[in-house]
Write a protein that binds this ligand. Sequence first.
Ligand code: TXA
Ligand code: MG
Length: 317
Amino acid sequence: MITTDINTVKNTLENNEIVAIPTETVYGLAGNAYNESAIKKIFELKKRPFYNPLIVHIKSTEFIHQVACDIPEMAIRLANQFWPGSLTLIVKKQAHIPDLITAGKDTVAVRVPNHPLTLALLEKLDFPLAAPSANPFGSISPTSANHVANYFEDNLEFILDGGECTNGVESTIIGFENNQAVLYRHGSIAIEEIEKITGKISVKSNNNSSPEAPGMLSRHYAPKTTTYLTQNIDELITSFENKKIGLLLFQNKIKNETIIHQEILSDSGNLKEAAKNLYAAMHRLDKKNLDVIIAEKMPDNGLGKTINDRLQRAIKK
Ligand code: TXA
Ligand code: MG
C-alpha cells in the first residue's frame, strides 16, 4: 500500500518487516540495520546476491560513530560538506554491524539521506535503516512510489510516498585506500564537486570478476527491452529498419516518422535535470513494447559521467 503515514511505517519497521522509503536519489527497500531477519528479507525480495553489501542510512552525521570506527579525517570533511545528501562513505564497520549487511567485509557503507519524510522517520527510530535501491536486482531503479509498486506491490506492506526523487540517480560512493579517497561509484554528486574537497581522485574500475567493486556489475540498471548506446543516433537507427524503435535523448528530438517514442531528458541541456528524469524515462520506454531502445551518449562531464555510467550498464552486451 502506498502511504504518507510515517507512524505506521515506523511500526512495521519495528516489527522487523521491510518497507520502501523515498530518498532524494532513488527509493530504497528498507529494514532495521541491526536485525538479521529484516536484512534477509531485503535480499530475498530484491533477489540480490549476498555478496553485494547494503548501504546503512543514518539520521545525522554524528551517528556515523555508532556504525563505524577509525574514520579517516577526509571522510568527516566530506560528510560535513555533503550530508544530508547523496554521498555514501565506505568506512571501517563497528563490530555490531551484521555481516549480512557488509557481505562479510570489515567496511560499511553509510549515508544521511536528504529527504524530509525519511529523515523524520529515522528520527523516530532507534536503529538505522539498511536500504538498497527498491528494484529487483539488475533492473531499473525506482524514482517514484509507483515505480516501486510496479515491482513489489504484492510483497510490500507499505511504500512511503515522498514524491518524485529530486536527484534521480544513486548516491556517489567514496571509499578510502591507504588513506586516499577513491571513487567507487559515479552518482548524483558530480566527481568535480567531490574533488573540490579531496583533490584529484582515482576511480576504481569495476568488473564482474571483482564483486568487491561495489555492485557495479557490467549489466545493471537494465530495461527489459534491448538497449543500445551511441554518439550517433541517426546512423544507428538505419541498422534497425522495420523495427519498433524508442529513443532516449539528451536535448533534441530527431525528425524521423518511423520512431515510435522519443524521451528527452532535458530541453535546456541541463545535466542535473537529465539525471532526475533518466530512470522515469527508461521505465516509460520499457513499457512501450519496443524492439529496441537507442540511448544517446551524454556530454562526458559533471553528471553526464554518471548518466553515461548507468547507460553503459543498461546496454546489450
Ligand atoms: O542513492 C543510493 O545510494 C540508494 C539510496 C536508496 O540510498 N541506494 C543504493 O543502494 O543505491 P544499492 O544497494 O543499490 O547500491 C549500494 C552500493 C552497491 O553497489 C554495493 O556494492 C556498495 O554500495 N557497497 C555497500 N557496502 C559496501 C562496502 N562495504 N564496500 C564497498 N561497496 C559497498
Ligand atoms: Mg541498486
